[in-house]
Design a binder for this molecule. Structure first.
Ligand SMILES: [Mn+2]
Length: 318
């Protein structure tokens, strides 16, 4: 076992009534850390200082944990601030016998004198530190608790993109304790509304594509969710996606996307859609890789003109 995290003073502080303080708009790492600690300790209450993020709330709903919505002015025991590099992140911090901070951010500052700080900036999440704390206290981690901690790690590492050796080490231990990686993904990757799913499938079904040089241009027509549909056509492999929608009043919208590769070659959707608005009225705007157009006319016709302009622009690329 590595360096001990808990000194005598912290161990004694953990015997007191604990208030687990989570930061403003608490994220999954923070909420998971609090819920894991609450589930293994009998003397802990979780308190949110200023709301919980929507993903954080998903974690709360798994255990139906009761969370105080406002920190009390004073706490007769120990306040444990989680995932908070400074007191402003979770303020107002109640007056307490002892404050313990558990955090992994690179810089910790502003805590009053006498605060015990467990600071492990090499850790990719606070959940990993909490796992070590629970292990050092010789407390048993339940399957649910393990899944919740793994959720914290999954989120704070950007689905393991920023993970290091230690991250996988702890993740593996959590899986041994019963955490199910697939369950974590199910908890956190929220389902799209049904109407959105069918719209995206229709966008794919009606899609037409062609190739100009090495670049692929795809276009489609939907009733709504044009921008999400355009983004998905890029995911499917298009370099340029043009998705149109129209209504009975004769109003139409275009949403366009371009791949990073074609944009870095100098392709710019904004200029193309601006030329459409010069020609057809309406308004255009956006970025080289994502632009939109609102105007009047036949969505199919405007879409076709846009495609032709894209072809011309490709021919002018260096
Ligand atoms: Mn964190």
């Amino acid at each position: 076992m590595g360096k001990m995290l808990l000194n005598k003073k912290i161990r004694a502080a953990f015997q007191e009534e604990l208030l687990l303080l989570i930061h403003h708009h608490a994220d999954v790492d923070c909420v998971s850390s609090a819920i894991a600690l609450e589930s293994v300790l009998e003397n802990a209450t979780i308190c949110a200082s200023d709301g919980i993020s929507s993903h954080g709330q998903k974690i709360v709903s798994i255990v139906e944990s009761k969370i105080l919505e406002k920190p009390p002015e004073t706490w007769d025991g120990t306040v444990v601030a989680l995932d908070c590099p400074n007191p402003e992140h979770c303020g107002p911090v109640p007056k307490a016998k002892q404050i313990v901070v558990i955090d992994h951010h690179s810089k910790i500052e502003g805590w009053p004198k006498g605060t015990e700080i467990i600071h492990q900036p090499q850790k990719t999440s606070t959940a990993e530190i909490v796992f070590d704390v629970i292990s050092e206290l010789d407390l048993e981690i339940t399957k649910t608790c393990a899944t919740i901690l793994l959720s914290g790690i999954y989120t704070d590492t950007g689905q393991f993109r920023h993970a290091n050796n230690g991250t996988f080490n702890t993740a593996s231990k959590l899986c041994n304790a019963g955490a199910d990686p697939q369950e974590v993904i199910n908890i956190l990757d929220s389902e799209r509304p049904h109407i959105q799913k069918t719209t995206f499938l229709k966008a794919a079904q009606r899609m037409k594509w062609m190739q100009e040089g090495k670049w692929i241009i795809a276009n489609s027509i939907v009733g709504s969710f044009e921008s999400g549909s355009a983004r998905l056509l890029i995911v499917l492999g298009a370099d340029i996606a043009i998705v149109a929608s129209g209504n009975k009043k004769g109003e139409m919208r275009l949403s366009t996307r371009a791949s990073n590769r074609i944009v870095s070659n100098g392709f710019n959707l904004t200029t193309i859609l601006e030329s459409i608005s010069e020609m057809n009225g309406g308004s255009a705007g956006g970025h080289p890789g994502a632009a939109g157009y609102n105007g009047k006319g036949d969505p199919e016709a405007i879409s076709e003109i846009t495609k032709q302009k894209c072809i011309n622009a490709i021919r002018e690329l260096p």
